[in-house]
Design a protein around this ligand. Sequence first.
Ligand SMILES: Cc1ncc(COP(=O)(O)O)c(C=O)c1O
Length: 355
Amino acid sequence: MSTERDSELSFIRPDVRAMTGYTPGEQPRGGRVVKLNTNENPYPPSPLVLEAMVSAASDAVRLYPDPMASDLCRRAAEVYGVAADQVLAGNGSDELLMMVLRACVGPGDAVAYPVPTYSLYETLVQIVGGRAVSVPFDRDFVLPVDGVVELAGKVTFVCNPNAPSGTVTPLAVIDEMASRLKGLLVVDEAYADFGTSTATELIERHPNVVVLRTFSKSFSLAGLRVGLAFGPQPVMAELAKVKDSYNLNRVSIAAATAALNDLDWMRANVEKVRRTRARLTEELTKLDYDVLPSDTNFVLARQPGINQEAVYKMLRAAGVLVRYFDLPALRDALRITVGTDEEIDALLAALRAAR
Ligand SMILES: Cc1ncc(COP(=O)(O)O)c(C=O)c1O
């Protein structure tokens, strides 16, 4: 149905007008909240990162940054064991997802992924006028490989470990899938540091695999917006053509490079998160939740058949923010970010008090 507003906005693409747009997790400003809703790291970044940021925030900001963030890509190549021309930096891995779609997907082209997964994929596909096609995971979040391959996407996204389930698909399965897919396979490894597996080695064996990493989670840099893509050099060269010309700023480049120079700091934080994750899982189980095994910095806690919206609202009123998804497959679940031990104690106290 066309409205008066539609005719006023006739210069906007009809499919954009029909979109709802992405709804990011709530980012409260001020006030005291226990923020366990958007999978940020509860621990600060390395002091080396803060030093590098201060030194980059100089008069040099009158000059444009390095368009290819070459220092960062060189350091990332050393750390992740790939060649420098197999690395591309993005303004968050969200921008790298968009670059993939801009480069590969035209109006009506299929983009495939299993669901539920990272909900931004759908919005980005809509923005480029593509066609999002999906196949459901089962209750245990086993990747439906045949179903995904049959969707024959020009691009296939596999979030591994998956969000919001936290579950991981073994490398051998991803490897086999890459062989069977004709299109590009993008393995979104935003949470890989909290688990044990990565598909980075596949970029040497498959011409159609891109692996994405982010500094937002394990490196505690969500506010700076830096991500990395690893892929075969010819693919990276094509993606580079469609990026924003100066997509990373000077401060972000310096910070991410410094973060890669203090991996011990990141690994120590990851270890703390893993320990708290184990305790959180145990305590939630005692509170009658089924908790999926998580390779991430969050857990998906379910009470089969019991809608969790009231629990989400109760927690919110108690000053604890978690994520509730109003989707058929997820209404009986809460996604809870692993915070500090004190934050998790506050969550558990609120859950116990409500029993
Ligand atoms: C699966 C997944 N991919 C990508 C991102 C976004 O990462 P970035 O902050 O690097 O854009 C997120 C953020 O929550 C995520 O959950």
